[in-house]
Design a protein around this ligand. Sequence first.
Ligand code: SF4
Length: 314
Amino acid sequence: MADGDEAHAPADIATPPGGGSTPDSPVAAASPVAAGSADELGAPAHLSPSSASAFEQCPRRWRFRYVDRLEDPPGLPAVVGTFAHLVLEHLLNEPAKGRTVDRARALAASAWPEFTETTEFGGLGLEADGVKAFKWRVWRAVEGLWQLEDPAAVEVHGTEQRVTVELGGVPFVGVVDRVDVTTEGLVVTDYKSGQPPSAAYVAPRLQQVLLYAAAVRAMTGQRPVRARLLYLIGPRTIEVEATDEATEAAVGRLVVTWGEVERRLAGAQFEARPGVLCAWCPFLDRCPEGRRDLEARVADGWRPVGAPGLRIVA
Ligand code: SF4
């Protein structure tokens, strides 16, 4: 998945205070109704990087997914990311010298049968050609790691570590793909299997790993020195010094988002924020604003390849 924080069962980095919630269920007492008071909607239990990002992109979609809990199945890129993350998690848990390309291939082969039984993979409904393309895409991502670093030289502190903590008063959860030990200190790493962002989107993408750095610090008492995004397909490393200033700015933005979430819940109003992503939104048929926006784009000749929304407005 675009985000590794919600991919699969992680290990706790420390005992979560009052844990038990999952990143996929940020609303404690969600209501199935489409509108209602704050009490009916319930208060959100926490934000994860992906739920915060989803809210910032479109509050209406956030509500459909996290309050009404309507189905929002992961698309192909997210499922590719899930399997690539799984292979890399197993690989980095191997003894350092054993972290070879051949070992990664063997780990992928052994994990594959069980992975094909998951609803996430099954939901893609791939035919034989699609499965073949899926495997190649995963493998391209896994092999990309060796172009970014030598995994045999990494000293792993932990992989797939759950963080559950309050940041700036906001209950925050997430799953950190990897924390490394370096001579300078801890380094937080998140794998990405999508394309690297353009310059304008680098800062928003770093928000996630800076929040993880803040969470690791809050839970362990050790401040990571750096936070990294490894774009396995590209490939490209994007990193930032996890200074107090950088992490505080990321936490500040989380606080603002949390306040916006609470404000929408209090008013039971979640405005639509139409844009190109409406073409891939699973709730397009419930959202007149998004539908109108997509119809206008299509009327102007826009035809995003493979976008499911085209079937609705066609
Ligand atoms: S269709 Fe567009 S505007 Fe409507 S909920 Fe989905 S993303 Fe938001």
